[in-house]
Design a protein around this ligand. Structure first.
Ligand code: ACM
Length: 532
């Protein structure tokens, strides 16, 4: 009898899954397939058990309207047919439960964010036209199922470098839309570089007047030494920054600004040479790619400048983290400087690495005194890690491991796994990229599980991030190409349980996502389709 029941159940599961497919990215923690589908119909109501769900309910209603012309009125209430949002305080902040049954979809969440993720899953289960705006009378249906879901990591990030190439507000918003679709919650906005400063700072107007424009840009690969002869610039006003931060917040994305120091700051020196080696030198905004030797000096005037800048930055970005770079700061000028060598002696430091540590430590104190947290690239470990620093590990994972052992929080962003400026297929068949080789599969295979850490230390790994550096990425369509679909792999590494990892199965789901990305006019790379 029991055998018969098992056989029946197995048969049922098989026939259900054969009929319904669930191509979600990131894969949810648990999904139980059911037979049949729920069809959205004109006039069905969306009931919200709490006002926190209202923006999310609106989003669903707007999507159904824009894509299929359906009107789904929103009303207050915890029950009813149609779509119902219910508070469930036993869930974690980002968790949700979704039940798609006959005539009723129930979404349970504790917060608006949890409900928002439920809607992202629901939209992914709908026909891809739901992402469109044609208002055609298509059938919006979803396969029945129940889902219980929550993320593996709290920090799920994507970085965009707008220093090397500038992207418009509309483009940034599209990037945020796509991040939200795949449940990424942190946008790291790399705002300053040797090649351009991109954020308005009221107290230092030359940062936008001078530092935001370079006289030309390098063409082809570093070493070719060819230039285009065309001035290139751009920056975001503080009003525009606020607009982006608010837009991101409406998608439950926190924006982390990055203000680079003490390296990657040649553009600052073009406007304010007094913060570098030689106040009398004529610095330019850098035109070639690669790291500049011209860096900020640890003078009191420089710290006052940076504190002013960070004060304006903190007023614009309400999130806890302020990224201060700290990577790739050549020490040649500090070595050759009487001022720096005297300061090293005066402070009892061993070398220039400890001087950089002193630099970051000063900034850490300032940021911490304002109730925020400093985030920096893994070079900030050299010369000693500042007490409140969180480390972003980019030169592999070893910096992150070391920081976690020292009881510091860590974001893992290793270049070999998460650098989206790397080629994703044979360079012969790809547009110009910086180098490297990062396939979709390699990105997907990264496992942020480190046996060398104790259970307590492992808790310091707060999440993962992929980075798009844009030396060679000179337009947004190309940025999309480099980001997608590899950001889908990032999303699954960040969100889904390790036990769910299965590349062939993931690849099928990525293929199933392509029509949605087509609807959204995303120029994703198809390179992975030719790979095993
Ligand atoms: C980096 O790639 N320099 C963080």
């Amino acid at each position: 009898m029991r055998l018969l029941l098992c056989a029946l159940l197995l048969g049922l599961t098989f026939s259900v899954s054969a009929q319904n497919v669930y191509n979600l990215i990131p894969a949810p923690k648990q999904l139980t397939p059911l037979e049949g589908k729920f069809i959205f119909k004109q006039g069905m109501t969306i009931s919200i058990g709490d006002v926190v769900f209202e923006p999310v309910a609106k989003l669903l209603s707007q999507r159904c309207n824009a894509s299929a012309g359906l009107t789904l009125p929103i009303r207050k209430g915890k029950s009813g047919r149609g779509i119902v949002f219910v508070t469930n305080n036993s869930l974690a902040d980002e968790a949700y439960q979704l039940s798609i049954a006959s005539g009723k979809i129930e979404i349970q969440a504790k917060t608006g964010q949890g409900a928002f993720y439920a809607i992202q899953s629901l939209l992914q289960l709908m026909p891809s036209q739901v992402y469109g705006t044609t208002r055609e009378p298509i059938e919006l249906s979803v396969p029945k199922c129940t889902i219980e879901d929550e993320p593996r990591f709290a920090y799920r990030g994507l970085m965009l470098d707008v220093g090397r190439h500038f992207f418009t507000l509309e483009e940034i918003k599209k990037y945020l839309d796509l991040m939200a679709m795949y449940k990424l919650n942190t946008f790291h906005w790399h705002l300053t570089e040797d090649q351009g400063w991109r954020i308005e700072i009221k107290k230092y107007p030359l940062l936008t007047k001078i530092s935001s424009v370079r006289k030309e840009s390098m063409l082809g690969h570093y070493g070719d030494d060819k230039y285009d002869g065309k001035p290139y610039g751009g920056f975001y006003t503080q009003e525009q920054i606020k607009e982006v931060v608010a837009y991101a917040a409406s998608k439950y994305i926190t924006v982390i600004p990055e203000i680079e120091m003490p390296g990657h700051s040649q553009a600052v020196l073009a406007a304010y040479p007094q913060f570098g080696a030689n106040a009398d030198k004529i610095y330019q905004v850098q035109t070639r790619w690669g790291v500049s030797e011209d860096v900020l000096f640890p003078r009191e005037e420089t710290f006052a400048f940076l504190e002013d800048v960070l004060t304006e930055v903190m007023a614009l970005f309400p999130g806890q983290y302020i990224h201060v770079g700290g990577d790739e700061c050549p020490k040649t000028q500090w070595k050759e400087s009487r001022f720096c060598q005297d300061l090293i002696k005066k402070l009892g430091l061993k070398d220039e690495h400890e001087l950089q540590s002193y630099f970051i430590g000063r900034i850490d104190k300032f940021i911490s005194s304002k109730g925020r947290k400093l985030l920096g690239w893994d070079e900030i470990l050299e010369g000693g890690l500042s007490p409140n620093a969180t480390v972003m590990s980019w030169r592999g994972i070893s910096g992150g491991i070391e920081a976690a052992k020292q009881d510091h929080d860590v974001v893992m962003s290793p270049n070999g796994d998460f650098y989206l400026d790397y080629y994703q297929d044979d360079p012969k068949n790809e547009p110009l990229a910086i180098g490297g080789y990062l396939t979709l599969e390699k990105c997907y295979s990264f496992d942020p599980n480190f046996p060398e850490l104790t259970e307590k230390q492992a808790k310091h790994i707060i999440g993962v991030q992929a980075n798009l550096w844009t030396e060679y990425v000179n337009n947004f369509s190309y940025a999309e190409y480099m980001t997608f679909p590899r950001a889908l792999a990032l999303s699954e590494v960040a969100w889904s349980a390790k036990t769910q990892k299965n590349y062939p199965e993931f690849k099928k789901r990525v293929k199933a996502q392509l029509p949605a990305l087509d609807q959204l006019k995303v120029n994703y790379a198809k390179s992975f389709l030719n790979q095993p």
